[in-house]
Design a protein around this ligand. Sequence first.
Ligand SMILES: Cc1cc2nc3c(=O)[nH]c(=O)nc-3n(C[C@H](O)[C@H](O)[C@H](O)COP(=O)(O)OP(=O)(O)OC[C@H]3O[C@@H](n4cnc5c(N)ncnc54)[C@H](O)[C@@H]3O)c2cc1C
Length: 397
Amino acid sequence: MSNQRVIIVGAGPSGLTAALSLTAAGVPVVVLESRSEVSQDPRAATFHPPTLEMYSESGVTRRLHEMGIVCPQWQFRGREEGIIAEFDLGILADITPFPYRLQCEQHKLVAILTDILSERSGFEIHYGSAVEAVSQTATGVTVTTSDGSSFEGAYVIGADGGRSAVRKSQDIPFDGFTYQERFLVITTTTDFARQGYTLSCYVSDPREWCAIFKVPGGGPPGLWRVVFPTIPEAAAADLLDSGHAEQRLQGFIPSDEPYQIVHTNLYTVHQRVAASYRQGRALLAGDAAHVNNPLGGMGMNFGIHDAFSLGDKISRVLNGESDDLLDLYDRQRRHVANAFLQAMTISNKQLLEEKDLAKRAVRLNEIREIAADPAKARAFLMRTAMFEGLRAAEAIH
Ligand SMILES: Cc1cc2nc3c(=O)[nH]c(=O)nc-3n(C[C@H](O)[C@H](O)[C@H](O)COP(=O)(O)OP(=O)(O)OC[C@H]3O[C@@H](n4cnc5c(N)ncnc54)[C@H](O)[C@@H]3O)c2cc1C
């Protein structure tokens, strides 16, 4: 059994999705997770249509809908100018059963996946198991955890996040850059829909851009998250202080009532892609393979797409197809990580923060024109809703 099983490092969205795909094909998996419980950090909350399509068969999509908020429209705004453009994913109803973004927190996805997987045979998970070393021979891998346990399998998937121990164990470079400013995420009960904001909005400003979106939280009426850039020199404790959060929100939309601040979180943000997603029997997926800024809500979705692609290819290899399929995985998914994920998220941030007023005016006009022209709006939504990247990956042989 162990020479046919796959070891998955990391029980985040990517690792558990790989487990979902592999167990559906009858391949046994063992998942090793360093934490003792699911992280509740407010990270990803946006699911794009292709991701909902991929999860449909397993029942994950239905369960996400039970908890999530359907968000068909999103706005692009200027802080001074107000609404620049509003996009409606409804125009993609002819190509997807899910023509909207679904807002639902990442930790709820992890709980749903764990629940579904725990009912499947061939699924094993070990919490509190931090992987420290990975070695491989021509026929298999051995993965060792900090408590000295070792696990053997046919392949190992590093789905262990941006600091991936699996990636480091294989000496795979992770080139790119880190932004100087960290991103401050403020969660509040204030309902921005009352001010005309759609459930997902990007607000451009040369001094202080922001991104706003609604999440379900503990249930209706839900919570709103606002993402702001920060000054690189500022101390984390000052940025995380609720008085500071209040000041930032009051500066953005003045209110007579104080804002009720639920959480503040600070994230260092990187743009990096692994130099290879495959080293023999070690494969990378998700943040272990690529990290990016959260503007556009793509990192988790991209990792899920990696995991479905990799799960399919590993199960086919274990069923006798050539292991060239794993090189194809590397070519397809690494190409689109560079050409779509990195390119789009870097450009999203540049558009929001543009300080050259002439350039900014040109960019905002481009967005207005795209929204006003149905053919251009459709092409733009095909790209931002992640269909185009998936098609580009499939076109690589
Ligand atoms: C503020 C913010 C907002 C975001 N919003 C969005 C969004 O709306 N949409 C979107 O698509 N993406 C978004 N993202 C990105 C998204 O959160 C990540 O891309 C996603 O978490 C990646 O999932 P993953 O499973 O690859 O990695 P992770 O979620 O990082 O999971 C890795 C797992 O591996 C475990 N692990 C780590 N090291 C080891 C080890 N040595 N041994 C065993 N286990 C280990 C960790 O404990 C963790 O459980 C956002 C990110 C941030 C910071």
